[in-house]
Design a binder for this molecule. Structure first.
Ligand SMILES: Cc1cc2nc3c(=O)[nH]c(=O)nc-3n(C[C@H](O)[C@H](O)[C@H](O)COP(=O)(O)O)c2cc1C
Length: 201
């Protein structure tokens, strides 16, 4: 007999993630969709940085970045990643681990087009993660790409999305006296059914 209910109710982990994020949107000071994205480099050294989660879909989580960045090289090389999102206002976290593919088709075009013009041009101007001689050099590049690409820039070929398809999703909620609630959805392969387990805090 399952004792899973309330904020953990339902068997679809993507629906729960969407519902928690919606709650966080109402209560967080800023960036409720910020995730700490963990990768591993070719030498096995872990790396982590914040990115913004842009879509929670039926089977995956999508974020956007520069395909020349350090993270992109690590994502492409390993084909796997993990992330955690933590909301201080709700005292909850979601941890996700899974496989990575690029989302560089029409969905990326649409998201790129939805961004402000300055952000779209900024994506053109920044060689993310590469050494930069000065802020002035970056602003000169912004001016150059603004003149070149005009008011309706195409999505840069070196900028787009990544889709993380999970094999593990854990929902955690703060409990009194550190007796937290944890539920993990896991599967060995994406095609398999989820196994749902309560975990010790
Ligand atoms: C709250 C927050 C949100 C961020 N969102 C993104 C994002 O969506 N995409 C991105 O490429 N970088 C984002 N960044 C910047 C990254 O943390 C990081 O500095 C950058 O992507 C370079 O990382 P890398 O050298 O590991 O590739 C964000 C930073 C913060 C603090």
């Amino acid at each position: 007999m399952s004792d899973r209910g309330g904020i953990f109710a339902g068997d679809d982990p993507f629906a729960i993630a969407r519902s928690w994020l919606a709650e966080a949107e109402a209560s967080e000071v800023n960036d409720p969709n910020a995730i700490a994205l963990a990768t591993v480099d070719a030498g096995g050294l872990p790396n982590v940085r914040m990115v913004l989660l842009k879509e929670i879909e039926a089977e995956s989580f999508v974020f956007y970045t520069n395909y020349g960045s350090a993270k992109a090289q690590e994502l492409d090389h390993a084909g796997k990643a993990a992330f955690v999102m933590h909301w201080k206002s709700l005292r909850r976290q979601i941890r996700v681990r899974g496989t990575i593919t690029r989302e560089d088709g029409s969905q990326a075009d649409e998201y790129y087009a939805s961004r402000s013009l300055k952000s779209r041009l900024g994506a053109w101007a920044s060689q993310q993660s590469q050494p930069l001689s000065s802020r002035g050099a970056l602003m000169a590049e912004v001016a150059r790409v603004t003149a070149k690409h005009g008011p309706n820039p195409e999505r840069p070929p070196f900028w787009g999305g990544y889709r993380l398809t999970p094999v593990e999703i854990e929902f955690w909620a703060d409990g009194a006296f550190r007796l937290h609630d944890r539920f993990r959805w896991s599967r060995e392969e994406v095609a398999q059914e989820w196994v749902i387990q309560r975990l010790s805090p």
